[in-house]
Ligand binder design. Structure first.
Ligand SMILES: O=C(O)CCC(=O)C(=O)O
Ligand SMILES: [Fe+2]
Length: 208
């Protein structure tokens, strides 16, 4: 277990100041390897489905917009590998509520697998008719990722200014769901992550 608790206050201060934060070594190499193995095993077992765009009845598969496939984590059946992730998400939620009064009530997370050359076009994680998602949370599960592999998360800080973040294993990215447009660039390698949202209401996952 990393010393995540010790890094929490600074992480949350940075998030409050700039609306986003990147935390390296959120997971250890061993934790990343165990989660990646779980994701790959579940995919081999046919548990993933093509990610969808939109919400409720309006959602549909649109590979011209996003090409990843996903598998939601079941909070009632926490695998050994995901235990540390859930615990840290709960600690993050508690501290966000305590220090920023965000009123987060739950978290929803899925494995995401982007096959080679797939992408997710520029989008906002908040739906027009649903403001439940407060913080977007992405944790990468890729071993030895190089910038030349592509697959960056491009976070648009404003209309003209963007930041490219390599999906390096163990790295955690947090940002305000209603504020930052972002996209996933195509990669030369398969790209794995745990992606999710801290939400103001509980309930079933709202999309994908
Ligand atoms: O994988 C990433 O870097 C971001 C994924 C994303 O934007 C999403 O699933 O909404
Ligand atoms: Fe997103």
């Amino acid at each position: 277990m990393n010393d995540f608790a010790a890094q929490l206050p600074h992480t949350i201060d940075t998030l409050a100041e700039q609306g986003w934060v990147v935390l390296d070594d959120f997971l250890t190499e061993q934790e990343v390897a165990a989660l990646l193995a779980e994701g790959q095993g579940r995919q081999a077992a046919g548990e993933f489905h093509q990610a969808r765009v939109g919400r409720a009845e309006g959602r549909s598969v649109r590979t011209a917009v996003r090409g990843d496939n996903v598998r939601w984590l079941d909070p009632a059946q926490r695998s050994a590998a995901s235990q540390c992730y859930w615990q840290r998400m709960e600690a993050l939620q508690a501290e966000l509520n305590r220090s920023l009064f965000l009123g987060i009530q739950s978290g929803e997370f899925h494995f995401a697998h982007y096959p080679v050359a797939t992408f997710y076009k520029r989008h906002l994680d908040r739906f027009r008719d649903d403001d439940a998602r407060v913080i977007s949370v992405v944790c990468y599960l890729n071993d030895d990722w190089q910038t030349s592999h592509g697959g960056q998360l491009r976070l648009w800080l404003d209309e003209n200014d963007s930041l490219d973040i390599d999906p390096r294993g163990g790295r955690l990215v947090l940002f305000l769901s209603d504020r930052f447009w972002h996209e996933v660039l195509p990669a030369q390698r398969e790209r794995w992550s745990l992606t999710g949202w801290l939400r103001r209401s509980s309930g079933i996952p709202s999309s994908s």
